[in-house]
Design a protein around this ligand. Structure first.
Ligand SMILES: NC(=O)c1ccc[n+]([C@@H]2O[C@H](COP(=O)([O-])OP(=O)(O)OC[C@H]3O[C@@H](n4cnc5c(N)ncnc54)[C@H](OP(=O)(O)O)[C@@H]3O)[C@@H](O)[C@H]2O)c1
Length: 250
């Protein structure tokens, strides 16, 4: 019997690459997102091991309906990859859009939290399962314009670690993957809403690829059952730390 993985945000970027990689590893993958046609295109290449599921993680009813559909088809979810997420804008906090902040919190924090809340009891009951969350280096390293996006990813990191504390004595695993600069996804286009500005983010940089992240997720998910990778920060070699700034009087 192949293991069942639910991958959110499977219609693009990391999620699509993770779905492809997990199918190659022998998982049956339920790929969730809002854009059904993108999921169907993925199904056309992956075949019967990939199941498209329309789910908006900002909508509690949509999560409930999606999970009910999974329950009708499968015994349980062995691997939940909470990947759906987004950054919106790079404005400093004092100029940022409140709508953008609320959407990031609704998606990256509330959506992910609702999924954890819904899926975790079944994993504990079966004493088996793995939750892999997509955090970010932005959750640990502040940068100008990162404000609420970074804060949502700090939440994801701390929730992942706190889950480990609560799951003590069970076989259920939790991992937070924290990628740095990664190209070839829709992330910067969604964030900047401008194709040229989005392309400039990666110009001249040998950024990570979605396949690198899929590789990381597959690795943590296929360790022996006694092994829990708590957090895994991964950056391209071309990226490093900026250091502190001191504003000086002229
Ligand atoms: N790319 C990077 O540099 C980077 C670095 C660190 C962390 N991350 C994190 O990695 C994750 C994936 O990023 P990515 O680069 O692959 O971005 P992406 O290419 O923009 O893909 C985001 C995915 O999330 C889905 N999504 C967005 N809002 C959703 C919602 N309300 N309900 C369901 N699905 C939703 C999108 O699908 P639909 O639009 O079809 O719903 C899409 O499949 C995110 O959590 C991001 O914060 C990315």
């Amino acid at each position: 019997m192949s293991k069942i993985a639910l991958v959110t945000g499977a219609s693009a970027g990391f999620g699509a690459a993770i779905a492809r990689r997990l199918v190659a590893e022998g998982f049956t993958v339920v790929g969730a997102a809002r854009r059904l046609e993108r999921l169907q295109a993925l199904q056309a290449t992956l075949g019967a091991a990939f199941h498209p599921l329309v789910m908006d993680v900002t909508d509690a009813a949509s999560i409930d309906a999606g999970l009910a559909q999974i329950k009708r088809q499968f015994a349980g979810i062995d691997l939940l990859v909470n990947n759906a997420g987004l950054a919106l804008g790079v404005a400093p906090a004092q100029q940022a859009s409140l709508d953008d902040w609320e959407r990031m919190i609704a998606t990256n924090v509330l959506g992910l939290t609702r999924l954890v809340h819904a899926v975790l009891p079944g994993m504990v009951e079966r004493n088996q399962g793995h939750i892999v969350n997509l955090g970010s280096v932005a959750g640990s390293h502040p940068y100008p314009g990162g404000n609420v996006y970074g804060a949502t990813k700090a939440f994801v990191r701390q929730l992942s670690l706190n889950l480990r504390a609560d799951l003590f004595g069970t076989q259920v695993r939790v991992t937070n993957i924290e990628p740095g600069l990664c190209g070839g996804t829709e992330f910067s286009l969604v964030r900047l809403k401008d194709a040229d500005r989005a392309a400039a983010v990666y110009e001249g940089a040998d950024a990570l690829t979605a396949d690198d992240i899929a590789d990381t997720v597959a690795w943590v998910a296929t360790r022996p059952g006694r092994v829990n990778i708590n957090t895994l920060e991964v950056m391209p070699v071309c990226q490093s730390f900026a250091g502190m700034k001191v504003h000086r009087d002229a």
